[in-house]
Write a protein that binds this ligand. Structure first.
Ligand code: HEC
Length: 132
């Protein structure tokens, strides 16, 4: 009988740890994503994500940010299309940095929780390299 309680207790501890760890890893991505956003994106898209009217689009209503992961990653890697001000390509950032900054931007500016993985960025980067 004692053993059953022990097993039960161990299971409780394990599930407790697992559920406590999940949001922690997300928070970690978001905290690092924020640092990358502040370094690479904030100067143009601003802290509130509203951009600069007439010059730089906001992220709050961005169709690219709302769109499929692949096209969003491709956009960031190859840069914008202008017409007045053209966004530079961000292919100098690592896969991990792009994954984090996009995960952060979706969460903060769209209030959408979706994790973009390093692997997804790597795949799109490889496809672009094949085309160029
Ligand atoms: C030097 C200014 C500048 C910086 C820095 C910059 N952007 Fe942009 N961004 C722009 C401009 C200008 C556009 C729109 C014009 C274009 O397509 O070239 C744009 C467009 C976008 C769009 C699409 C918006 C739409 O209309 O749907 C997204 C998403 C985006 N940027 C994300 C980012 C992220 C993430 C970073 C940081 C890694 C970043 N930008 C850094 C200037 C900038």
């Amino acid at each position: 009988m004692k053993n059953i309680f022990l097993v039960f207790f161990i299971l409780l501890v394990i599930t407790g740890c697992l559920s406590a760890q999940k949001p922690l890893t997300n928070d970690h991505i978001v905290a690092e994503g924020q640092l990358i956003y502040e370094r690479e994106c904030l100067a143009c898209h601003m802290r509130d994500g509203r951009g600069v009217p007439g010059m730089i689009p906001g992220l709050l209503e961005s169709v690219w940010l709302q769109g499929p992961n692949d096209s969003l990653i491709g956009y960031i890697l190859t840069g914008g299309f202008g017409p007045q001000v053209q966004m530079a390509r961000f292919d100098f950032l690592s896969n991990e940095e792009i994954a984090k900054v996009l995960t952060y931007s979706r969460l903060v500016y769209l209030n959408k929780r979706s994790i973009i993985s390093n692997d997804e960025v790597r795949k799109v980067r490889n496809q672009i390299e094949l085309l160029e």
